[in-house]
Design a protein around this ligand. Sequence first.
Ligand SMILES: Cc1cc2nc3c(=O)[nH]c(=O)nc-3n(C[C@H](O)[C@H](O)[C@H](O)COP(=O)(O)OP(=O)(O)OC[C@H]3O[C@@H](n4cnc5c(N)ncnc54)[C@H](O)[C@@H]3O)c2cc1C
Length: 342
Amino acid sequence: MSDNSLVNVIGFSIAGALSSISLLKEGFDVNVFEEHGKDNPVFCSGVVSSNGVNYIKKNFFNPMKALERKIYGADIYMGDSLLRIRKKEPVAYVFNRAVFDELARKKAEKLGANVYYNKKLSEKDILELKKPIVGADGPFSTTARAFNFPPIGKYVYAFYTYVKEKPDRYVEIYLNNTFHGFFGWRIPKKDRVEVGFGVTKREYIKKAMEFFNEEKWRGSVIPVRLRKKVEKNGVYLIGDAAGLVKSATGGGIVFTSYAANALSKALKERRSYENMLNELKRELFIHSLVQKGFEVFSPLNYPFSNLLKVLRVDEYLSKKGNMDFPTKFMSLTSFLKHVLQI
Ligand SMILES: Cc1cc2nc3c(=O)[nH]c(=O)nc-3n(C[C@H](O)[C@H](O)[C@H](O)COP(=O)(O)OP(=O)(O)OC[C@H]3O[C@@H](n4cnc5c(N)ncnc54)[C@H](O)[C@@H]3O)c2cc1C
């Protein structure tokens, strides 16, 4: 590894922390630059699929000290129908995202990450860093700008707030003409409920806030398309900087964890990071088709929702659904067998 054994990582939220852990485990030295202190602001509901949690536990750190609630399914209010998805085992876990990130950062520091907090790098600073460079600096990545990466094709404006309600074991999802191009949600947290929504057009924000009739919203953007390039001459993008988010759910943590391992292996074995993401890219493509479906059908208020009910799509998803990898359950044969009960 010799001359390339030091990796400079920009950003020490979840993508920076997971990349650092994986790189350190592969034997690299890691410098990390983080604009904020240890309390960098996070905008996240903290939902991670059970499979994702197992993967993170096995490969990175144990997040269970940050656990707030286990989720056993979803009530999806779609157009005029309600689809109920129920699982016997937890399908996802809801974490306190600030604590989750703190645990990840501690693990990276314990493994030897050399972290510079309160150090915001400009484009010029980044251009002067020695490569390899990992841009884990979020949806408005300065690293991507500095090295002229292609832009992120689409963002969702996402907001949330908390209400004093008894939390349940299920999330609620609202797919209707209020939430243009995305959806609204209610997510049970430890001792309250998070309500939130995403929309793809600014003009829908006010209407969506009125739907929940709440105040004190916090918000950010979710990139919902992968950049056309995430690797360029020794510079690598990961997490929101790359647009590595499942656009049908808005979840960025799980695929970023897979990408962090792909990145460290690519550097160690001098392989193409871009190629190592091919499997994730296929899944992201299907997610993006579903999100495109939200854009087409939300203004029409999902006219086919009753048909989905008749086809017992909720039963199918309860049996086969997978929050991360749509190719695992989107099989026409398997769905037809379900509908025809054979
Ligand atoms: C409302 C909302 C709800 C969400 N809910 C979920 C969910 O339930 N589950 C899920 O998996 N995902 C969720 N997401 C997505 C998830 O939050 C993101 O995918 C994830 O936080 C991306 O992490 P990141 O490390 O790539 O970027 P960020 O969290 O944006 O971190 C980037 C870091 O880089 C630092 N930085 C930026 N620029 C510089 C610079 N120039 N110099 C130094 N440091 C810099 C920042 O300070 C920051 O710490 C949600 C997103 C939103 C907006």
